[in-house]
Ligand binder design. Structure first.
Ligand code: NAD
Ligand code: MG
Length: 386
């Protein structure tokens, strides 16, 4: 079997480090071509010494010299800055680019990788939220696979294997409900960053953990699913499933439903995407029915968790509106993590941005870049009002 060469954008994060665990356990299947990190230079160097990629990128230019010196004896090429990400994904040897960086920053390197004909293992859902139409169109033109890493989308993707030609009636994206499931507005008005960062089932980066607490994560995933699977908004439903065992469900036109399930462990969807279409044997903990005598389901509370309703609304409005909610959300989550804005105010800022940013019906890449900037400016001003 041929070894797949992997480039990991965001190798020091939650997804990145779990991907390296999978790769480390399967040296006969994978090798690492590129590793990148924004600021964790120590871990990047440690990873580079272990996995011996051809290139590494440290986003923070102040740390470039340190990384270069630490890797001087290795022959590894060290680069720095944002533009370097779009360069390194194009290397001849790379087979798959795992996009495990956070937010809008994933858009340009993902477009560059697609243009270079690289398959994408997509964790960075924000890229599809911002510019799903543009990205999926480019992928079709370049005959590139976009393989979902997000657990819900991996579940849908796995359920669709062998179903070519069979129409999907709808999909259900499952959601744990996060740490504040069942809570009402009054309670949410005083929750803290520390409480919001305690996810019941998954250990993830800070931004997605806050997005899970507000249900924005599920809203972003609805938009991600629309583009990955070519669905209409009316075909996408969200169901709260607090145990996170059923990772998502496809319902076909005959009413038959297929679900993909297992213990929550991101290494599984990561390795499925990296080794697609073949599964890889592993020794991850197996699910035991008797430990879960009840799997339960509830409707999401969109009136309390307004971000989910706003995301559906943005998708219905289409154009640059999903880009607007993404940018506004990135700003408010960063401010919430700094303690300068409350939990509920995050939705208020996002909603106001949706009415204030100029609407564009069929955005180009430049329009998305402008929309992102305009929204960040407006959201930044709005935050100071609270
Ligand atoms: P994280 O914060 O743990 O890690 C992010 C990584 O990206 C780090 O290596 C960091 O150095 C790098 N990075 C951050 N900002 C950057 C920037 N502006 N430019 C370049 N590099 C940057 O995040 P994570 O939890 O691993 O999530 C990564 C992506 O995967 C997100 O889009 C998230 O929504 C998605 N995702 C994560 C999980 C999970 O379990 N963690 C599950 C599903 C989807
Ligand atoms: Mg998910």
């Amino acid at each position: 079997m041929q070894v797949k060469n992997i480039a990991i954008l965001g190798s020091t994060g939650s997804i990145g480090t779990q991907a390296l665990e999978v790769i480390g356990k399967n040296p006969d299947r994978f090798s690492v071509s590129v590793l990148t990190a924004q600021s964790n230079a120590d871990l990047l160097v440690e990873q580079a010494l272990t996995f011996k990629p051809q290139q590494v990128v440290i986003g923070d230019e102040r740390k470039y010299q340190w990384v270069k010196t630490a890797l001087a004896h290795t022959g590894i090429n060290v680069l720095s800055g944002e533009a370097a990400l779009s360069e390194v994904v194009c290397g001849d040897k790379i087979d798959v680019v795992l996009t495990a960086l956070v937010g809008f920053s994933g858009l340009r390197p993902t477009l560059a990788a697609i243009q270079a004909g690289k398959d994408i293992a997509l964790a960075n859902k924000e890229t599809l939220v911002v510019a799903g139409e543009l990205v999926t169109k480019l992928a079709r033109q370049h005959n590139v696979n976009i393989l979902p890493v997000d657990s819900e989308h991996s579940a849908i993707f796995q359920c669709l294997q062998g179903e070519e030609g069979n129409a999907v009636e709808k999909i259900y994206l499952t959601a744990s409900g996060g740490p504040f499931r069942g809570k009402k507005t009054e309670y949410l008005s005083s929750v803290t960053k520390a409480e919001a960062l305690k996810h019941p089932n998954w250990s993830m980066g800070a931004k997605i953990t806050i997005d899970s607490a507000t249900l924005m994560n599920k809203g972003l995933e609805v938009i991600e699913a629309k583009w990955l699977f070519g669905l209409d908004i009316s075909q996408i439903d969200v169901i709260i499933h607090p145990q996170s065992i059923i990772h998502s469900i496809v319902q076909f036109e005959d009413g038959s439903m297929k679900a993909q399930m297992g213990l929550p462990d991101m290494k599984l969807p990561i390795q499925y995407a990296l080794n697609y279409p073949l599964r890889l044997k592993n020794h991850f903990e197996r699910f035991n029915f008797l430990n879960y005598p009840q799997l339960t389901f509830e409707a999401p509370d969109k009136a309390t968790f307004r971000n989910l309703a706003l995301a559906f609304d943005a998708l219905a409005q289409a154009g640059n509106m999903p880009c607007v909610i993404n940018a506004a959300n990135e700003v408010v989550v960063a401010e919430f993590l700094k303690g300068s804005i409350g939990f509920l105010e995050m939705s208020s800022v996002i909603e106001e941005c949706m009415t204030r940013v100029s609407y564009i019906n069929s955005p180009t890449l430049d329009d998305y870049l402008m929309t992102d900037m305009e929204t960040r400016n407006i959201a930044g001003q709005l935050v100071t009002k609270y």
